[in-house]
Design a protein around this ligand. Structure first.
Ligand SMILES: *Cc1c(COP(=O)(O)O)cnc(C)c1O
Length: 365
């Protein structure tokens, strides 16, 4: 033990455990990392060449205002540049939102299970996480979230579609919720998976940003756009909040390469949407295979599938891993598997009968 005096509240955050990597291969063949909801497609040629063009400039700091990306986003969403704040992935944007609204003694609310980074980032901000259980059908319980608001609540995260369950919220329930939330509490709609959401009555975060003065939206280039390795995401936020986010942002946190790749991606929307459509078709194929085996899943509108597996979760993850599929298990609850390259999806589909045989009868729903 060293004598270093560290922040005591950090002991509430578990130590970081690196995820499994795919350098090894399974006895049966290749290994697929289907644990992080990454896009299986390599970068588009136009994106790769935009990055290559900027490589020779990396002796310079990036442009903090990210003028080119911001201009394209403003045009797309019909917002002003003052409303857009970039971050090193939308994880950093979510962290900015927490650090700009909450400190010691303040509460940040989110559904649980939801994105694993939320509780860690809240603790790192020095604030108190308030985790409100999902409903029995794996959805946000907005009534319970409303009831959990206290005078200390500063920020509420709504993840739509929700990671890891893939479930969505409806417009009516979000409207009722926002009408009840006091106007001095910031509500963030985390839309990391919005491109994969085909539900027609699911709220568009931007529309709610326009309607409510306390709503912000978080978007990322990591999932549908396939730029997870470059780290770029953004918030669309009311001006006062956006200015506060800039104050807590990491200086030069978004590289020039990431900005160039984002610009090229926004110009390649057609090609990227075709990839998203293929992933959605694959999702439906895999979900159908689970259903055919008698395994009921919550409806997913994301690029991953949540498989509630109760007590047999660890055994299921081990079985899949032994065949080369690295999923994300949550012991005692279920596992999340990314809809990935076709070979990985095929492998999963082939293993579903073996999975179904593992499942204990108590693990329903
Ligand atoms: C993946 C993900 C993000 C974004 O991650 P970045 O790579 O940091 O942009 C944000 N929110 C949720 C719920 C996610 O699953």
């Amino acid at each position: 033990m060293s004598d270093l005096r560290l922040r005591e509240d950090l002991s509430a955050i578990p130590d970081y455990k690196p995820g499994k990597t795919t350098t090894q291969s399974a006895p049966t063949g290749p290994v697929f990392k289907v644990s992080s909801n990454e896009n299986p497609y390599p970068p588009l040629p136009s994106v790769a060449s935009a990055i290559a063009d900027r490589i020779t400039h990396i002796n310079r700091y990036p442009e903090t205002a990210a003028t080119a990306v911001v201009a394209l986003l403003c045009e797309r969403f019909q917002v002003s540049p003052v409303n857009i704040v970039l971050g090193s992935g939308s994880v950093e944007v979510v962290s900015q939102l927490m650090r700009a609204t909450a400190g010691e003694g303040d509460e940040v609310m989110f559904a649980w299970r939801s994105f694993e980074a939320y509780p860690m980032l809240v603790r790192a901000a020095g604030a108190t996480p308030v985790a409100v259980p999902l409903t029995a059908d794996h959805r946000h319980d907005l009534d319970a979230m409303r009831a959990a608001i206290t005078p200390r609540t500063r920020l509420i995260l709504v993840c739509n579609p929700n990671n890891p369950t893939g479930t969505t919220i409806g417009e009516d329930e979000l409207t009722a919720f926002l009408d009840a939330v006091p106007a001095d509490i910031t509500v963030v709609i985390d839309e990391a998976y919005v491109h994969f959401n085909e539900r027609t009555d699911s709220p568009s975060g931007i529309e709610y940003f326009r309607r409510y003065p306390n709503v912000a939206v978080a978007h990322t280039f990591s999932k549908a756009y396939g730029l997870a390795g470059l780290r770029i995401g953004y918030a669309i936020a009311p001006e006062r909040l956006a200015n506060a986010l800039r104050k807590v942002a990491i200086p030069f946190g978004v590289t020039d390469l990431a900005q160039a790749a984002a610009v090229a991606s926004l110009h390649a929307e057609g090609e990227l949407s075709a990839r998203v459509a293929d992933l959605i078709a694959e999702r439906e194929r895999v979900v159908g295979a689970f259903q055919d085996a008698g395994l009921d899943l919550p409806e997913t509108q994301a690029n991953f599938i949540w498989v509630p597996f109760g007590d047999a979760t660890t055994a299921a993850a081990e079985l899949l891993e032994s065949h080369g599929l690295l999923v994300r298990p949550f012991a005692g609850e279920g596992f999340r598997v990314t809809v990935a390259e076709r070979e990985a999806n095929d492998l999963l589909v082939r293993l579903i009968p073996e999975l179904a045989a593992l499942r204990t009868p108590v693990a329903a729903g």
